[in-house]
Design a protein. Structure first.
Length: 73
């Protein structure tokens, strides 16, 4: 299978149990890709401004506990 269209068609033909297993494997693969990209961004300093802003907000009491934020939704 060489195209995304062919892969999609093959997935649609899978029995449910195999489709769920494939979904789990794809999620794990995508999670690993995201982790790798995040690590590269940290090493390259791409998050330095965000980190500095978060530290500044925390130092000036402009942050709230996560459970407060979640309850507000």
């Amino acid at each position: 299978m060489s195209t995304v269209t062919e892969i999609r068609e093959a997935i649609r033909k899978l029995p449910p149990q195999e489709a769920w297993k494939l979904a789990e494997e794809l999620r794990d693969h995508l999670d690993a890709l995201w982790d790798k990209q995040f690590e590269q961004d940290v090493k390259a300093g791409r998050l330095d401004d965000v980190i500095a802003r978060a530290r500044e907000e925390h130092a000036t009491d402009k942050t709230r506990p996560m459970d407060e934020i979640v309850r507000d939704e």
